[in-house]
Write a new protein. Structure first.
Length: 183
């Protein structure tokens, strides 16, 4: 691929990111808080610690810690301490937080104007680009549980062979930090 094509891809992704961030900035939260809240709403019960939010966002632990504290002060997330290890914290999104995330975004609306073929091609290309970028960073891929090499279908839900736990039907469609590709 010519260097100009690579630069154009980066420019388009950057511009889309800025459009998204501008939309996410509102009276209640900023784009960083929106990203953390959105991630937590889609993450499974094993993937909601501050370090996992930090890894997903490719942000510093300090930034994410302050972001999560701000979301908790605003009543958008709730902090949970482990019964076994009081140092271990995870977060869940409150009803108020879920309400804030409702609705279609500008990018989602714009994507609806694409044909099925265009959407599939764009999604395939972006997923490949993301996997390649994450591999170069040596970052965790994260991913949807049911697409993981450790996932097994079990009844209406699933079973994680890595963690040795049953999964509810909803969890099989959530993001997991332990995700391993099947390729």
């Amino acid at each position: 691929m010519p260097p100009t094509d690579r630069a154009r891809i980066k420019d388009i992704i950057d511009r889309l990111g800025r459009i998204t961030a501008a939309e996410e900035w509102n009276d209640e939260i900023n784009p960083t808080q929106w990203t953390a809240l959105s991630y937590l709403a889609r993450a499974n019960r094993f993937s909601r610690s501050p370090s996992q939010v930090s890894d997903y966002m490719a942000a510093t632990r300090g930034t994410v810690s302050q972001t999560l504290k701000a979301l908790a002060r605003k009543g958008l997330v709730k902090e949970h301490r482990s019964d076994q290890d009081k140092r271990s914290i995870s977060y869940s999104v409150t009803g108020q937080g879920l309400t804030l995330l409702e609705g279609e975004t500008l990018i989602e609306d714009a994507a609806s104007a694409l044909s099925d073929r265009q959407r599939t091609a764009l999604l395939d290309g972006l997923e490949t680009l993301m996997r390649n970028a994450l591999a170069r960073r040596r970052s965790r891929p994260f991913g949807i549980c049911r697409t993981c090499a450790h996932h097994r279908k079990a009844g209406d839900g699933g079973f994680c062979t890595l963690l040795g736990v049953p999964l509810s039907p909803a969890e099989t469609g959530q993001i997991c930090h332990e995700h391993a590709g099947t390729e």
